[in-house]
Write a protein that binds this ligand. Structure first.
Ligand SMILES: Cc1cc2nc3c(=O)[nH]c(=O)nc-3n(C[C@H](O)[C@H](O)[C@H](O)COP(=O)(O)OP(=O)(O)OC[C@H]3O[C@@H](n4cnc5c(N)ncnc54)[C@H](O)[C@@H]3O)c2cc1C
Length: 428
C-alpha cells in the first residue's frame, strides 16, 4: 500500500475541506467560511456551481424557505420564483464565484479527490490530483459534496447504488434553444400538461416520434422549460439508460450518445412544431448530467414514505423540502415503470442524522449523495434542497471546528440556533 503521508507533499491545511464545488458544496463552503472557518473547496472541473452552471440545469426546485442559502442565491440572481423561468447560466457562474470569493473560502480548481489518509476513524488528509501530480491537503472536518459520494467511498463508508435491480436514473445533457417564434408560447414541464397545438397535440407528437424512430426510443417526451427570454426554451429530453456514471468508459459512451440525441431532438422540433422552424442550439451542459449514483449510508436513511407523509424530525436541518418523487425511468422512456407518474410529497424535514456517515467521525455529506433510498433520493436531489443541506452542513462543520467537537457528537440544536438566527423557519 502507498504511504501517501510520507511520499506526497502537503499543499495546505484547513479547518474545513469541501470535496466538490457544486450546488451543495458552494452552500457548505460559503456558510462554513461565514461562520469563521478556514475553508477549502476541491473542484475537479474549472467552474463552481456544478449542475447549476456547468450542468446547464434550471430552474432550481425543491425548497423555497425564506432566508436560506437557496433564497439568497436565487434572489441575487433575480430569479422569478413563480414564473418558473430558467436562470441565466453566465450570470450564475459570476454570482457563485463572487459569493464564494467574498466568503473568504479558497478554491482549488482542476483538483479531484483521489484518496484519503485516515487513522482511527478520522480523515487527516485528502489526496488530490494536480497538474504536478498527487498532493495532499490537511483538514479538521471534511465534507463530501461530490454528488457521487467519492470522498465517502474512498473513506471506506458503505454506499448504496440505484434501485434493487442495480439500475440508476438515466443521464441526460440539457441544452437551450433560441429563435423560437415569439408567437409560439408552447411550454411542456411534464407528462400531464395541456400541450394542444394548432395541429394536434405536442405530447402525442413526441410519443409518436419515439415510436417511429424520429426520436430515440428512450425519449418520448421533449420537455420545454421557459428560457431567459420568450424566444428561448431550455430542453430536458435526452436520456441515456443502462450506463453506470461511475465508470469512465460508460460516461464516454453516454456522452457521445447524448450529443447525437440533441441533434435528433432539434430536428424533431424543427420539423414538427410550428414556430420552431428556425431554432438553433444556444448552449448546453459541459458534460453528462448525472441524476443518480452513490448514496452514502448515514445514521438515518430517508424513505419515500417519510416524504409522502411529510415527516418531521427533531434534528431538522432543512424544513419544508418539497418536490415530487421524480424517477426518470431507469429502464426505458418517461417516468419510472413502478411510478407511472410523479407522486407528490408533503413538505418534509431533512434530519441531521442523514448527513452523518457511519464510519468516519469527521466526515459530513451534502447534496444528492446523503442518506436515503432510491425513491426518496428522487425528490431531495433537487437543487434548492441540496444547497440548503450544504448550508446546514457548513454550519455544522464550522461549529465542530470552533468547539473542537466531532460532527457526530455535535448538538444539532446548535445548527438550528444559527439557522434560526438567520431567520430560517425550521419548525412551523
Ligand atoms: C439532467 C438533469 C436535470 C435536472 N433537473 C433539475 C431541475 O430542473 N431542477 C432542480 O432543482 N434539480 C434538477 N436536477 C437535479 C440537480 O441538478 C442535482 O441533483 C443537484 O445539482 C445535485 O447537487 P450536488 O451538489 O450533490 O452535485 P453537483 O451539483 O453535481 O456538484 C458536484 C460537484 O462535485 C465535483 N466533483 C465530483 N467528483 C469530484 C472529485 N472526486 N473531486 C473534486 N470534485 C468533484 C463536480 O465537478 C461538481 O462540481 C437535475 C439533474 C440532472 C442530471
Amino acid at each position: 500500500m502507498i504511504d501517501f503521508q510520507k511520499q506526497l507533499e502537503c499543499v495546505g491545511s484547513y479547518d474545513v475541506v469541501v470535496a466538490g464545488g457544486g450546488v451543495a458544496g458552494i452552500g457548505a463552503a460559503i456558510e462554513a467560511a461565514r461562520q469563521g472557518a478556514k475553508v477549502l473547496i476541491l473542484e475537479k472541473t474549472g467552474l463552481l456551481g456544478g449542475m447549476l452552471t456547468a450542468g446547464h440545469v434550471s430552474p432550481p426546485l425543491g425548497n423555497f424557505v425564506k432566508n436560506t442559502m437557496a433564497d439568497e442565491l436565487l434572489s441575487a440572481a433575480q430569479y422569478v420564483y413563480n414564473k418558473g423561468r430558467s436562470h441565466d447560466m453566465e450570470q450564475m457562474k459570476l454570482l457563485v464565484t463572487r459569493l464564494v470569493e467574498e466568503s473568504g473560502a479558497t478554491v482549488f480548481y482542476g483538483c479531484s479527490v483521489a484518496d484519503v489518509i485516515k487513522k482511527d476513524g478520522i480523515i487527516t488528509h485528502a489526496v488530490i490530483t494536480t497538474q504536478s501530480g498527487l498532493k495532499t491537503v490537511a483538514g479538521k472536518v471534511f465534507i463530501d459534496a461530490t454528488g457521487d459520494g467519492v470522498l465517502s467511498y474512498l473513506s471506506g463508508e458503505d454506499v448504496q447504488y440505484g434501485r434493487e435491480d442495480g439500475l440508476v436514473q438515466p443521464m441526460s445533457i440539457m441544452f437551450t434553444i433560441e429563435n423560437v417564434s415569439p408567437e409560439q408560447t408552447l411550454i411542456c414541464f411534464h407528462e400531464e400538461m395541456d400541450t394542444a397545438l394548432k395541429k394536434g397535440n405536442y405530447l402525442q407528437l413526441c410519443k409518436d416520434a419515439s415510436k417511429n424512430g424520429e426520436l430515440p426510443p428512450t425519449v418520448n417526451i421533449v420537455r420545454l422549460y421557459r428560457g431567459v427570454v420568450e424566444t428561448e426554451r431550455m430542453v430536458n429530453a435526452t436520456q441515456a439508460n443502462g450506463f453506470n456514471p461511475l465508470l469512465p468508459e460508460d460516461l464516454g459512451k453516454a456522452h457521445a450518445l447524448l450529443r447525437r440525441q440533441i441533434d435528433q431532438v432539434v430536428s424533431f422540433l424543427k420539423n414538427n412544431v410550428e414556430g420552431f422552424e428556425n431554432i438553433r442550439i444556444k448552449q448546453s451542459s459541459d458534460g453528462v448530467g448525472v441524476r443518480e449514483s452513490r448514496r452514502v449510508t448515514c445514521e438515518y436513511i430517508m424513505k419515500s414514505e417519510d416524504l409522502l407523509d411529510g415527516k418531521k424530525h427533531p434534528d431538522v436541518i432543512v424544513h419544508k423540502a418539497a418536490f415530487c418523487l421524480d424517477i426518470h425511468n431507469p429502464s426505458g422512456a418517461g417516468q419510472s415503470e413502478q411510478e407511472g407518474r410523479p407522486r407528490n410529497c408533503k413538505p418534509y424535514d431533512i434530519p441531521y442524522r442523514s448527513v452523518l456517515p457511519l464510519k468516519t467521525d469527521n466526515l459530513l455529506v451534502a447534496g444528492r449523495c446523503i442518506g436515503g433510498t432510491h425513491r426518496a433520493h428522487s425528490s431531495y436531489r433537487v437543487m434548492n434542497t441540496c444547497i440548503n443541506v450544504g448550508q446546514a452542513v457548513g454550519i455544522a462543520a464550522a461549529i465542530s471546528v470552533k468547539e473542537n467537537v466531532l460532527p457526530r457528537k455535535l448538538d444539532y440544536k446548535k445548527i438550528q440556533a444559527v439557522l434560526t438566527e438567520k431567520g430560517v423557519d425550521l419548525f412551523n
